[in-house]
Design a protein around this ligand. Sequence first.
Ligand code: TRP
Length: 495
Amino acid sequence: MAATLVPDEPGQPPKLAQDVLASKAPKASAVDQVINPFEVSGGVDEAGKALAIDFDKIVRDFGATPMSPEILQRFERVTGKRPHRLMRRGMVSSHRDLDKMLDRYEKGEPFYLYTGRGPSSDSMHVGHAMPFELTRFLQEAFNCPLVIMLTDDEKFMHSEKITIEDAKRYTVENAKDIIAMGFDPQKTFIFSDFDFMGGAFYENICMIAKHVTINQIKGTFGFDDSTNIGKFHFPATQSATAYATSFPHIFGPDKTKVRTIPCLIPCAIDQDPYFRQCRDRAEKMKHKKPALLHMIFLPALQGPGSKMSASVSTSAIFLSDKPNEIKNKINRYAFSGGQDTAEKQKELGGRTEVDVPYQYLTFFLEDDDELARIRDDYESGRMMTGEIKKICIQYVQDFVADFQERRKKVDESVRADFFARKPLLFQGKTAEEVLNELEEKKKQEKAEKKAKADAEKAAAKAAAPASKPDAAPTGDDAKGHRKTTSTVSVGRTRQ
Ligand code: TRP
């Protein structure tokens, strides 16, 4: 469109000149942050300075809802459980439709939890463990089925190095780590994409794939024409797990009923693009939109705004690390928000907002009062850098030691139990039982309502004076009569 001159504002150059000037100006070097499943990096400002990851962007730009004290209070009221420290302290930063899941829980309507992992290495680190820690807690709080997807196909498609055999081996090893987080085998189904592909799951994948265009995938994930087609197709697989009809062995074979069961997905925030796409299409396919809980990342040892990476061993504490390794890594590499000298520390105090040992304590230390005390002491300069590191080392070592104790007990037969295709219980009942009971209850309520309406109608008729057989109904009578087969035109005259 040709640029047109618009009336000048007093003291301002004409609009056209502004446009021309803008196009000639050197391009700002600022770079937007990237948060998608394949890249997580903070932006760069105009001066070239790296910026910390802005987790609120998902809220601002993509319509998620920030977690609020109100919804946490409601969670506690409804489930009778105090929210997990990861929820209380803002690591669960935003959600989509958590309120709807709480409504369902209150009404005894079934839903399931869905989470997953791309098995890209033999050993998982404590950062990988955080969404699973949250999920374990939620399974306990909601007493509901949980599906854990291991996307070995995704990792094969996305890596130059990983072979199919590697990915399958990582799946087995990672599954054992995940199980050792403490999931309930009666309520958990873990699967590998390579292994589980087929049947109802594959039908849903194809249905989703048919509804997604290359343009949508390019826009959401930043792929281009030289990206392999496996990557283009994979989002359909990750989405299909959000449909209960993919799992007839868990929820039963009746697709019409089962597709009324939604899921709640606790995940790291980088997974949101997959599920935004999934939510956009779900209702078109007569499925429920999945609800989401977004988690921020545990920072790398090198500092806030970064993310632990399994391939940079000095950035991460592994679930297989020995106590001494944990100690050395934190002492050597953990970024400190403390001052350079003891004198300065006493005078100025430490900066908890960038101090990695303090940040880790917020993830690992359960006791709110103790955390507040440490924060006060450190910020006021009463606590030295070495001391807070020591406390942090202790809590991380305890977390890893507890994990390793449970991990020892996870052998092949335990693993096989989690991979077995069996019905899973929602509050002690199979989905079929819950759905049938709800249907029964609805029928009963309807019948009761009808009986009550009939009785009221009969009473009104009996009470009406004989000389006025067509007396208009009262407001109360009108209610609830509209759908009856009554010959009296009750309710039709009113709106
Ligand atoms: N794509 C995820 C990863 O690479 C794995 C995954 C699949 C997942 N489904 C999920 C993670 C649901 C969280 C929630 O790790």
